[in-house]
Design a protein. Sequence first.
Length: 482
Amino acid sequence: MESAHTTAGPDPHRWQALALVCVAMFMTVLDVSIVNVALPSIKTSLNVSENTLQWVLIAYTITFGGLLLLGGRAADLLGRRRMFMIGMALFSIASLFCGLATSIGFLIGARTVQGIGAAIVSPATLAIIMTTFEEGSERNKAVGIWGAMGGSGAAAGVLFGGILTKYAGWEWIFFVNVPVGVLVLLLTRAVVRESRIPGLRGFDAGGAITVTGSLALLVYAISKAPDVGWATGRTIGLLVGAALLLAAFVVIERRHESPIVPFRIFRVRTVLGANICGLFLGAVVFANFFLLTLYVQQVLHYSALRTGLTFLATAGTVIPVAGLSQALVTRVGPRPVLAVGLLLITGGMLWYTQIPTHGSFASALLPGYLLVGVGMAFAFIPMSIAALAGVDHDEAGLASGLINTTQQIGGALGVAVGATVAFTHMRTLLATGQSAAEAQTSGFSLGFWVLAAIGAASVVACLAFVRGRELEHLTEAAEVAA
C-alpha cells in the first residue's frame, strides 16, 4: 500500500497547520456548548417546550457522533485536507442558516446539517496531526494543544454564548462561525499538506446509516420515555429498533470490504480503553454544561452574559493545565494522568449534587468549575494520545473518527439521560406543591448524581482497560524523542 503521505520528511508548515486545524476543532466543539446559554432566549423567541428545546443540542450531537466514523474513513480515502475543507464549508453554510432560523423545526434541521459538517471536519483535524507529526514528544505536544483547544472549547462556548446572546442576540452564536470558517478555508491549501490512502476502496454507507439510525432511535426513546412511559409499546419498540439497527451495523461491518469500523482496531487494548473512557467522558461533560447552564439561569437567575462569565473559571483553567498534562503523559504515560482527570471531573459532579436554591458563585459553583477545568485538561489530552497509540498512519482517519465518535455519542446520550432524569423529577415535585425553584434545584441535583455515577464508571474503565504494552512503547518513544 502507498504511503499515507504525499511527500517525505517533516512538514515545514506543520505548526501553522496545527494552528489552523485547532481553530476548526475549537469551532466544532464550541458549537456543542455555545447553544446552552442561549437556550432560554431560543425558547422564548421560537416558543418551544423544554423537551423540544434539548433537540437543538441533540440534533447536532447525533449527526456529529453518528457520521464521524464515515467522515474519518472518507478522509483516509479522498484526502484529509480535501475532506477538511468540504466539512468546513458545509459547517459554515449550515451555521448561517441556523442564525436565520425562524422556527424550531428549521433550526433543528440546520443544526443537523451543521453536525454533518462537524463530523467531516473533526476526524480530519486529528488525522492531519497524526500524519503530520511523528509519534513521540512532538506529536504528544501537538495532540496536547489540540486537546486543550477541544477541552477549553466546551467551556468557552458557554462564555462566548453569553456575550453574544447579551449584546447581539442568540442568532449570532451561529453567525460568528461564518467569517472564521471562510478564513480557515482561505488558509488551508497553503499550510496543510494533503495525505490519503490510495489503496482504500468503497464507502460503507450501510454502516453509517445503521449506526446513526440506531443512535437516533436510542436518544429519541430515552428523551420521550418520561412523557409516554417507559413500559409502553412505543418506548419498547423504539429501543428494540435501536438494538436491531446496531446488530445490523455489526453484521455489515464484518462483511464489508472497507468497513467504517474494522473491528481489528479494538485488538489494540489502549484504543479500546480510550474509546470506552471517551464515551463516559463525553456523557458527563456535555450533560454537565447543559444542566449547569439551566441551573445558573433558571434557579440563580443569572443573565446570559453573567452565566457565560462564570464558565470562564473552567475555560481559563483548561489551557494552562494542558501543558502540565502533556508533560506528565510524556513522562508517565496516559493511564495515570487520565485516571486523575476522570476522578477530578467526578468530584466536580459530586460537588454539584449539593447545589442550593439560593447560593453564591464562590461557594456554590467555583470549586466545581475548577475541579472540572483541571479534570478536563488531565482527561482529554491523555485520552486522545492513547486513542492513537499503536495505530498506523493508514488508519489515522479511522482512529480519529472513532475517538470523536465515542465522545459525541456519549454527549448525546448524556444530555438525553441527564435532562430526562432532571425534568422528570422536577415535574414530580411540582405536582406535590413544591416551588419551582426547589423542584428545579432538586431535579438538577439528581441529574448530577447520575453524572457522578457515570464519572465513577469512567475511572473504573480507565484502570481496567487503558493498559498494555502499547502505552509502554508510547512512553519510551516520547522519552527518546525528548
